[in-house]
Ligand binder design. Structure first.
Ligand SMILES: Cc1ncc(COP(=O)(O)O)c(C=O)c1O
Length: 389
């Protein structure tokens, strides 16, 4: 099939929930991807932070294909080996105590919300179920996680919503203190808000949140779906802030391209969910866990230091571009606020020139593969510089 035929069939048969880029991608290697017409693009998107090791990294391909040839899936009623390895590595990298494997970020957050409410129920009884989230947050598309998402544009059409979610203005300690009450059981936040515009939370605000949580036995729940698994140059973004959440969720980059998420439980919450409290047919099957295990095996201190170094290089080059107002984010999670051009103009022009970039709010967002090479970075930045000016 040629590109035109594929696009037409997609439009005719697939629900139109995505505003797709005008490209049919067929193969990739490293941070380069080729479309159906043979055009090659530098990829600064990593499938929205998913392909942490780029396209078809040989070790990852080996791990996935080997597992697919041995045992792709059994139900969670049985023990299997890949999940044990992935879990052990995740806990060693985070210092958390237990993990529940899910299939996506939204599903991981659903698990976190359920666990937070059960923690409170077990300890304080019914009624202490309120969850604080932040304005401009994004936590997913399921009905509970879209409720948790503090952006009105996601709330049209889909009500009634899940009860007992309260939004605090991101960064406002005053609003936080006004909205915490005796019914609050958890505060759910992204340390760098991704979809909301690559907004870094202010350290003083995070400190106030952590203090309130510790004082009032409110659970601090970190949504690390986009920021986790090395994206920010530390394994988890909370490490930049010197706080330790009670629950943390990961997904996107964990499997390097296969659907896997995780809910990580700390000391307080490790025993909250017992047999029958939660589950998922596909969650943590051998195939996705083999992929995650391989991705996690790459997350060594030198690898993470390299992510930080590359992030600093991007920032230096981007801030020197005359058309850039400022650069936000951490590590290889990068938000670019433009002076004059719109982000849509930049995305379209980059696509035409052979570079894939994303948007977030009004910004251009970059989430390149974590192992992107210097040559790939420079090739992409040259296009970006010519487009942004
Ligand atoms: C911070 C955050 N949480 C949750 C989600 C939802 O993840 P998924 O699309 O895998 O359900 C996303 C997706 O963009 C995200 O960025």
């Amino acid at each position: 099939m040629n590109a035109q035929e594929i696009k037409q069939l997609d439009q005719a048969h697939v629900a139109g929930t995505y505003g797709r880029y005008d490209a049919v991608l067929v193969s990739g290697s490293g941070a380069r991807v080729t479309d159906a017409e043979g055009k090659v693009y530098i990829d600064f998107t990593a499938g929205i932070g998913v392909n942490s090791l780029g396209f078809c990294e040989p070790g990852w391909v080996g791990a996935v294909t080997e597992q697919a040839a041995r045992l792709q899936h059994v139900s969670n009623l049985f023990y299997t080996e890949p999940g044990v390895h992935a879990a052990k590595k995740l806990l060693a990298l985070t210092g958390m105590q237990k993990v529940f494997f899910a299939n996506s970020g939204a599903e991981a957050n659903e698990g976190a919300i359920k666990a937070a409410r059960k923690y409170s129920y077990d300890k304080y009884g019914e009624g202490r179920s309120r969850i604080i989230t932040l304005t401009d947050s994004f936590h997913g598309r399921t009905i509970a996680t879209v409720t948790a998402t503090g952006q009105d544009k996601f709330h049209r059409y889909f009500g009634p919503f899940v009860q007992d979610f309260v939004y605090v203005a991101a960064g406002s300690t005053e609003d936080l203190l006004a909205k915490i009450d005796e019914k609050t059981c958890a505060i759910l936040l992204e340390f760098v808000q991704g979809e909301g515009g690559v907004n870094n939370l202010a350290p003083a605000f995070v400190e106030a949140v952590a203090q309130q949580c510790a004082q009032k036995d409110i659970l601090l729940v970190a949504d690390e779906v986009q920021t986790g698994v090395g994206r920010t140059g530390r394994f988890m973004a909370y490490e930049h802030y010197g706080v330790k959440p009670d629950i943390a969720t990961v997904a996107k980059g964990l499997g390097g391209g296969v659907p896997i998420g995780g809910v990580l439980f700390g000391e307080k919450t490790a025993a909250v969910l017992g047999a029958g409290d939660h589950g998922s047919t596909f969650g943590g099957n051998p195939l996705v866990c083999a992929a995650a295990d391989y991705v996690l095996s790459q997350m060594t201190p030198p690898f993470l230091a390299d992510v930080e170094k590359k992030g600093a290089y991007f920032r230096e080059k981007l801030t020197a571009m005359p058309g850039v107002a400022d650069v936000s984010g951490l590590g290889l999670m990068i938000g670019i606020r433009l002076k004059e051009k719109t982000n849509k103009e930049v995305v379209d022009a980059c696509l035409a020139e052979g570079l894939l970039v994303l948007t977030a709010g009004k910004k251009v967002r970059l989430l390149p593969p974590l192992n992107i090479t210097q040559e790939e970075i420079d090739a992409g930045l040259a296009i970006l510089s010519a487009v942004i000016g």
